[in-house]
Ligand binder design. Structure first.
Ligand SMILES: Cc1cc2nc3c(=O)[nH]c(=O)nc-3n(C[C@H](O)[C@H](O)[C@H](O)COP(=O)(O)OP(=O)(O)OC[C@H]3O[C@@H](n4cnc5c(N)ncnc54)[C@H](O)[C@@H]3O)c2cc1C
Length: 386
């Protein structure tokens, strides 16, 4: 009997939705994946197509142009990408940005950005990390100074950001800035920057990474970028940290969900491979070591599925706390690293070749322990709740 990795939170509608997502990944993303990895981005046409098919902002209310679903709809799409090794399409960051607008934006800001983001006309990015500040976001130096301009109050932004997902293709960037360097957390605000024709805004290098080759992770530079005061997210200064903390369970669970789906994809690919590959006159899948390794992997996935599924249900019910979401991110990303290592080993030398899915999945998995808050920061967060 094959193992059952079914989700506890699925139903017939979501199963149909999963078919739609899987078709999109197979028809639109996979055929272009090798070229996208060469280019270092998935291209705007893909974003627009996803928007036209209703695959973006699926858990944003339809009043704002979204799909009107909940986190499960997002999770299904992330899973169908992750299990096939599609790692460079930054649609989860796009959705996270949409949630910043939904949860903290003014009515005008929601109306201005959410429908265009849902249509895939405007790709979203969030720029927190700087060359000198990552885990310790209080250390950011990008400055937004308020002044009166000819058209009313405005902010002038100076600074640089790095490692920004969707940095090249982004049409709207949420820039985390210091509005009052004398204050700690209360001196931080988020400014909305529209990139098209924006004087003083520059995309630096699209960074050459170990994995996630098709993701346009970039440096961004802000040299006197001037935006009207109405581009302050939520309309009040000093709210940046509070806004950043608000959606942490959501952001961390996305990584938990993709980690588990990545493990499922790797397990299936490995199972298929060891049944075909022969050594010493029989499939390597018949060797006791192979069977034991895959038994361990399957067990990890089953155990993880129970925990991640519960987290998904809690999130949908509005009950997932930050510490539990941090456990999901920590456990799933660390386990993903170990599982991918074991699976790759069973491919022998082929596992080291980038043309093999398992090699790319292995490289992609490494960053799951780093971005969205490192494993060490997750342990800090969890230990504070003990
Ligand atoms: C592919 C990719 C995409 C990314 N996308 C984005 C994005 O879209 N937007 C964005 O703003 N950022 C993004 N990031 C940045 C990412 O969030 C940071 O890299 C991450 O938060 C870690 O920050 P850092 O790289 O500065 O490492 P550092 O903070 O310098 O950490 C270095 C090491 O020190 C450890 N450390 C730091 N503080 C502590 C502590 N208190 N206790 C114990 N250990 C500690 C860390 O765990 C780590 O092991 C992305 C990064 C990557 C690689």
């Amino acid at each position: 009997m094959p193992l059952n990795f079914n989700r506890s939170w699925t139903d017939e509608d979501l199963d149909r939705w999963r078919d739609t997502c899987a078709r999109f990944v197979e028809d639109e993303l996979l055929p272009d994946d090798a070229a996208a990895r060469e280019r270092g981005n998935v291209g705007m046409a893909l974003w627009r197509k996803a928007g036209a098919l209703g695959l973006l902002c699926t858990d944003i209310p339809d009043t704002w142009g979204g799909g009107g679903g909940d986190f499960r709809h997002e999770a299904v799409l992330y899973e169908e990408c992750a299990r096939r090794g599609i790692s460079g399409w930054g649609n989860s960051v796009h959705t996270i940005v949409a949630h910043y607008f939904l949860n903290h934006g003014t009515e005008d800001q929601k109306a201005r950005y959410l429908p265009r983001m849902a249509r895939g006309e405007l790709v979203g990015a969030i720029a927190m990390t700087e060359p000198g500040a990552g885990s310790d976001l209080q250390g950011i130096r990008t400055r937004a100074e308020q002044r009166s301009g000819p058209g009313g109050d405005e902010f002038v932004i100076n600074g640089s950001k790095t490692f920004i997902t969707n940095g090249l293709l982004a049409g709207v960037v949420l820039v985390v800035c210091k509005t009052d360097p004398t204050q700690g957390a209360r001196g931080t605000s988020i400014l909305i920057v529209e990139t098209e024709g924006c004087a003083g805004f520059k995309v630096g290098r699209v960074l050459d990474k170990l994995g996630m080759k098709s993701q346009d992770t970039s440096e961004l530079f802000f040299d006197g970028v001037t935006v009207p005061a109405t581009n302050l997210l939520g309309g009040a200064v000093g709210q940046g940290f509070y806004q950043l903390m608000g959606d942490l369970p959501y952001e961390r669970l996305i990584i938990g969900v993709t980690a588990l789906a990545g493990m499922e994809g790797a397990y299936q690919a490995t199972l298929d491979y060891v049944r075909e590959r022969k050594a010493f006159g029989k499939p390597i899948g018949d060797l006791q070591n192979t069977r034991f390794k895959l038994a361990e992997v399957a067990t990890q996935i089953q155990v993880g599925r129970a925990f991640i599924d519960r987290c998904v249900e809690q999130l949908v019910a509005g009950q997932l706390d930050t510490a539990t979401a941090s456990m999901a991110k920590l456990w799933a990303s660390e386990t993903q690293g170990r599982v991918l290592d074991e699976c790759l080993q069973l491919f022998g030398g082929y596992g080291f070749m980038n043309e093999y899915l398992i090699a790319r999945m292995y490289a992609d998995a490494r960053v799951q322990r780093i971005y969205g808050g490192t494993s060490e920061i997750m342990k800090e967060v969890i230990s504070r709740a003990l």
